[in-house]
Design a protein around this ligand. Sequence first.
Ligand code: CTP
Ligand code: MG
Length: 252
Amino acid sequence: MTASSPRTSNARSSAPGERAFVVMVVAAGSGERLGHGMPKARVDLGGRTILERALESVEAWGRAARVVVTLPAGDAELAEVCRRHGAEAVEGGGTRAASVAAGLERIAGLPERSGLRGILVHDAARCLAPPAVFDAVAAALEAGERAVIPVLPVTDTVKAVDAEGYVASTPQRAGLRIVQTPQGFDLATLEAAHREAALLPAEVALGITDDAMLAETLGIPVATVPGSEESLKITVPLDLLLARTLLEGRSG
Ligand code: CTP
Ligand code: MG
């Protein structure tokens, strides 16, 4: 399903460029796989922290009415970064989903929430996501979609394997997509999805790696829009090298 054919009719018009979205940047992870011995959001990327780069991407887009950031507990340095960027810091949880839930609790009390067109949940680790992707997600929400994810085609062949490591099946690549952030939701939809998730058994909940999966479990159609190679997630050291090269290309 694409964003050009919304299945729902909750489309609301907003003036072009209006600051009508809340953006939640999740940055509370510990960055184990990057291996810098500090939370990933604090790692340097070309003279600024990954969190600063992420907040600059949100600012470059320019349509956030409010930005909420989940942070590792007691991280004064990242809290200061949020303050400088006019973003609200919230203490994250032990998993990404728990961090999103903590951010949602803060957003639940916002006085302006009825005027919002939706929420975009974004990984700080995808700090170089270009404005065009934020625009595409926002446009799909404005067209009436309740859940929207940016995706890319899969270029490798993907296998499903069994517990012994033998190939069980090979899904057709043409029907597969790699999923990125920002993921966009109607705010009430994302809140309902997280309320449902709180009822799931822990072993099921641990297998839910993004917010779109929660929407899927509720049977809510999840639309796709084009993602970007530039929205790469900084996970391992090689990703940081790629991100640095990408940044150098932008400034030069
Ligand atoms: N995240 C979060 N709260 C958590 C775990 C992750 O807010 N408890 C955020 C991360 O900060 C990151 C995004 O979710 O921006 C994607 O997670 P990931 O890339 O796995 O980051 P880390 O959990 O920090 O990395 P690792 O798994 O290697 O420790
Ligand atoms: Mg992680």
